[in-house]
Design a protein around this ligand. Sequence first.
Ligand code: PEP
Length: 249
Amino acid sequence: MSRKFFVGGNWKMNGDKPTIDGIIEFLENGPLDPDTEVVVGVPALYLEYVRDRLPKNVCASAQNCYKVAKGAFTGEISPAMIKDIGLNWVILGHSERRNIFGEDDELVADKIAHALDEGLSVIACIGEKLEEREAGQTEEVVYRQTKAFADKIKDWSRVVIAYEPVWAIGTGKTATPKQAQEVHKKLRQWLWDNVCPSVSKGTRIIYGGSVTAENCKELAKAADIDGFLVGGASLKPDFVQIVNANAGN
Ligand code: PEP
């Protein structure tokens, strides 16, 4: 089953209108590989601004949303609101949400289930911390995180899993293609064993953690790496090279 290469940008809490205009300019100039799906994660306040300016081949995504449609949840946004402004993507379970804002597996799973029920597509993030890797717990952690939401997912066609080892995010320490492929392959096997073969074959598993224009081509060659989630480099023109990392593979 062929899986369309997927590159997400995660702008995090960065950007103002002039910076965003610059990003939109390099996305417009591209050229972006038409065989890659491109989605950029935008601070909520700028979603509509970006929506109105992005080239047609790039979608805007929210970076977070809550687990219910509306109510007394000051500061939150809901999947219904994201849909209401005509957008279809959200990043959930990012390690910064888990580790800075204390989101646990259960909350992340509830958010993913609700976002999917409301019709959004989800980039669902998982990944182990450095101490967990060093303690030999990588598999246990990523399986536990995946199981928490897998148990609640009815429609996998709108799910992209982002494997992002926390020790590689924003640190300049990228997982080697071998390290990343090893985990991606195990995750695909986990989906085969615990969900079903078609979900295992069809779900995109993307890698995130200090992906750059320099290391993206080697990573993209790995059989089970179906794209990237890119933080820092998604704010720079280098992002175009990362989007095009799979061209010719
Ligand atoms: C991220 O924020 O998801 C990420 C992978 O960041 P960076 O590329 O900067 O490591």
